[in-house]
Design a protein around this ligand. Sequence first.
Ligand SMILES: *Cc1c(COP(=O)(O)O)cnc(C)c1O
Length: 379
Amino acid sequence: MATIPVNEPWITQQEIDSVTQQLAGGWISSESPVVAEFEQAFAKACDRAHGIAVSNGTLAIDLSIAALNLSPGDQVIVPAFTIISCVNQILREGAVPIFIDSDPLTWNLDVRQLEGAISDKTKGIVAPHIYGLPVDMDPLLLVARKYNLWVLEDAAEAHGLRYYGRPCGSFGTVSTFSFYANKNITSGEGGMVLTDDGEIAERLRSLRNLAFQKHRRFVHEELGWNARMTGIQAALALPQLGRLEEIVARRREVGRIYREELRNIPGVELAPEGIEASANDYWVVGAVLSFYPTAANELAVLLANRGVGTRPFFFPLHLQPAILSRGLGGSLGDFPTAEKLGMNGIYFPNGLGTPLESIRETARNVRISISEIAEKSSP
Ligand SMILES: *Cc1c(COP(=O)(O)O)cnc(C)c1O
């Protein structure tokens, strides 16, 4: 039985030609001019002054946190429901993530809970746009301004997504992107930081390149990373920027197919088709099952046996072993929405490269499998 993977990339002849041109021209490292070309085009698409291409989305966050100058004991507000990449570098620097819960409707950080989490040690807010809808940025930015906090906008899942018409990636003190294989634009692995702050941009360029110095290259005043993006990666990503509207439209079409198939099933919660600020772009098509605690796991096994790939939702950060072992995090019950999403959420194949006919068949398969799981919970 053919397996329908949870993701398949959409690579066109344009991308193949663009990469081939790099290879034929002998440009294989980060020295290729196409890296700067991609940085400028990407920054422009988000109305930002500077783009700094890096080797993945996690390092885009790590370097940004390093450039924002935390001290041990400083606090940063982070939603409990997000990827661990949002807190790695905060923890490595001895700073403290303060978790808040998510909005049960949008699955994004609940902006109403921000002020209650602020203390005199708070330095910033990490705001990831989750699974296809934007964070409510306007009230978030008001709170940030009021308390003089920086904002790290994690737009790894939000290329081409808009908040009241303004591009995601245009809001943060720094805004980060990933170009992993399942993102709206991919370079296989890759990332980007956008900012309007020239000093931060300069610092990021230094940190991604081992903090080499202009005048004494091999004398280092601080520890950097090798987080450089190659020309091959930039050449792969660049043409997709021109197709971004088409890519987002495709995501929405796939989302629509699943919505029709999975609508009105008691015990199955889907993300809303849209909110006032934006239509959902269904970066993932997920469902939260409330039949019984192991329903999402059982559905994953059932679908795997039928050749359909799935993924569980993010696991809540306040319950992560790697965070609890540092004496941070929290307990079960602290953030009920994050816990509900993390324990009961599952997402389905929505690859940009998967034919729509396969998506339709898979969505039917998902509906049938869900009803089989649901039957087990009724007497
Ligand atoms: C994918 C993702 C990242 C990490 O990007 P990588 O390129 O995989 O390191 C960070 N934040 C969010 C919200 C993501 O979805």
